[in-house]
Each structure stands twice: as C-alpha cells, then as structure tokens.
Design a protein around this ligand. Structure first.
Ligand code: DGY
Length: 326
C-alpha cells in the first residue's frame, strides 16, 4: 500500500476514504513544525495538506513523493520550481469555494463599511447610553462603486452579487476578462491607479505571488478615498500590514476588513488597537458544506494522482500537469 500523510486534522470520513487506498499517517493536532513535517514526509508517496510549506528541503528528503494535494485554492505554500524539479505534482481545490468565499467578502466589506464589529464591541462593553444621530456613521454600500482587484472566479462571484446592491463595478486584473463576462457583471476594466482612486469599497481577490507582495502599500492607500474601505480575502502579504495600520489610524481610508495577514497566525498585534478594522482568522471558505467539498476534492486529487480510484492517473485539479507526462 502506498503511504500518505494527512498533515492537518480534516473530516474523519475523508480520512476513512483515504484509508481504503493508503496507509495513512494523520496528524490530529496542531500544524507540524517544519522539521517534524519534513520527517513525516520522508517515506510518503503523497500528502494532503492545508497551507503547509512544501519547500525544496522537504522534497529533497522525500524521494518517493509523487503528489502534494493542497486543501485550498491558493498554493503559495508550494515551491513550484522545486516541485517541478522533483517531478512532484501539486493539486489544489478551485471552484468549490467560490460562492462561500464571495459571501464572506461581502460580509467583511459590509461589516467594515457599516462599522458592525466596532459598534458591537461598544455595546458589549456596556458603553451604550443613548441613541445618537452621529453614532457609528458609516459609508453606504448600496449604489456605491465596488472595486475588485483580481477578477478570477471568486472575484467574479463577488462582482455578481453587486447587482442586487445597484453598484457600479470596476476591476483590475493581470488580463482583461472575456467581454461576455464583463457584460454579465456590468464590470468596467480600469487601471490599478483608477481602481484605487474610484472604488468606494475595494476588495482584494488576487492570488499571492512574489511579484504582488505589498501590492497595496502606503502609496496605494494614500491614493484611495478617505471614505473608502479595503477588504482582503486573498492572502496576507498582498497588503503591507504596517502601512495599513498607519492608514487606518490616520483615517487615510475609513475602514478595513481582513481575513488574511502577513505572517498569520502571528499577525501584527497593532491591529488590535485599531478600531476601524474587522479582523477574522482566515475563514472566508469556512462553511460546513464548502470545507467538506474542499476536503473531498483534495482527497480525490490525492487518490487519482497516486493511481487509485475512478479517476486513476487523472486528478481533477493538477497545478503543474506537465510532471504527469514525464
Ligand atoms: C484558499 O482556499 O486558498 C483559502 O484561502 C483557504 O485557505
């Protein structure tokens, strides 16, 4: 039997599915430290992970490894160059999380715009004495301009929801999306500079790459409207968190909603002293049905990539399919 590592706790029935095909080493606890992860990968043929760094060092120490299956659509935890060099397939879980993640982007954007978290903390702290005409004034979402940076599948799902809010949709992306998608979403392609300037509510939905580290820094924040909100459901590192903290303190922008952080879970603790930011612990895809779908898709990828199950040899979501041909 081939050997696999399940590096994070996942639904027990998904682990049982894997046990039908493989000898499974399942980590039931906290994420494995780098050395322990490398040690437990050493004799494995495959692994199901969620964000664990797969580095050149891990790959060098795991000569039998054929596949690393990420339970996430983002795969910036994979050193793709090293995966290709070692002929190891990487897989991810796109599509199944689009709608839940887009819902959550809206939840964060609206919470930031309408100061939901800030006002709830005020109420919980027993500070609510009277109704006041100017308590927690926010910015409107209905009829405003939604800016989307990264118009992939999640960006499109997010933009599609804007119709019900009578919003103007502007977007920027590495490349323009097909005209029929622009027409369906009523979305206007603009430069990044225009996006920053014109968006009332800017949502980041782009994948993390080394090139887009700190895509939003002090200069970009300064070019936004002082009434604007910024929501990040993409990846930590796309925003310069220290610059954002400064911009929120100075009211360079009105508010932010963040699900992802540089260095998470060890995020910049200065955020905790900033009232006009809503903070959540990387849960945009976290609904029961979506996380189940992600876990099962990650298992499907692992099973198929290791030559088992109904799709043997043909995993649904290869990131670097060229290694399959070698
Ligand atoms: C993803 O799928 O990339 C989400 O961020 C969950 O990690």
């Amino acid at each position: 039997m081939k050997k696999v590592l399940v590096a994070r706790p996942i639904f027990p029935d998904v682990i049982e599915r894997l046990r039908q095909y493989f000898e499974v080493d399942a980590n039931p606890g906290a994420p494995l430290a780098a050395d322990e992860f490398a040690r437990r990968m050493a004799d494995r043929d495959g692994a199901l992970l969620a964000g664990d760094p797969v580095t050149a060092k891990v790959l060098e120490g795991a000569p039998n490894l054929k596949v690393v299956s990420n339970m996430a659509v983002g795969y910036n935890n994979f050193d793709m160059q090293a995966l290709n060099a070692h002929g190891v397939l990487g897989t991810n879980t796109p599509d199944v999380l689009n709608e839940s993640t887009a819902d959550f982007g809206w939840a964060l954007m609206m919470a930031a715009a309408r100061r939901i978290a800030e006002s709830e903390h005020f109420l919980r702290a027993g500070k609510w004495g009277t109704w006041s005409y100017d308590a927690f004034l926010g910015t409107d979402v209905y009829g405003a301009t939604l800016g989307v940076l990264g118009m992939g599948r999640i960006g499109q799902a997010l933009a599609r929801r804007a119709r019900g809010f009578n919003m103007r949709v502007i977007y920027h992306n590495r490349s323009r999306v097909a005209p029929e998608i622009e027409a369906e979403l009523n979305a206007e392609y603009v430069s990044k500079a225009d996006l920053l300037k014109r968006a009332d509510h800017l949502v980041l939905v782009l994948p993390y790459t080394a090139e887009n580290r700190h895509t939003i820094g002090a200069a970009e924040l300064a070019s936004m409207q002082p009434t604007a909100t910024l929501t990040n459901i993409a990846r930590g590192g796309i925003v310069d968190d220290a610059a954002l903290i400064q911009a929120l303190r100075n009211k360079t922008i009105a508010a932010a909603g963040l699900d992802v952080f540089e260095g998470e879970p060890n995020f910049n603790r200065d955020f905790l002293t900033v009232p006009n930011v809503v903070l959540t612990p990387h849960i945009a895809s976290a609904t029961e049905s979506t996380r189940r779908a992600m876990a099962n898709l990650a298992a499907d990828n692992l099973i198929a990539a290791l030559g088992e199950g109904p799709r043997a040899g043909n995993p649904p979501n290869p990131i670097n399919p060229e290694v399959l041909k070698k």
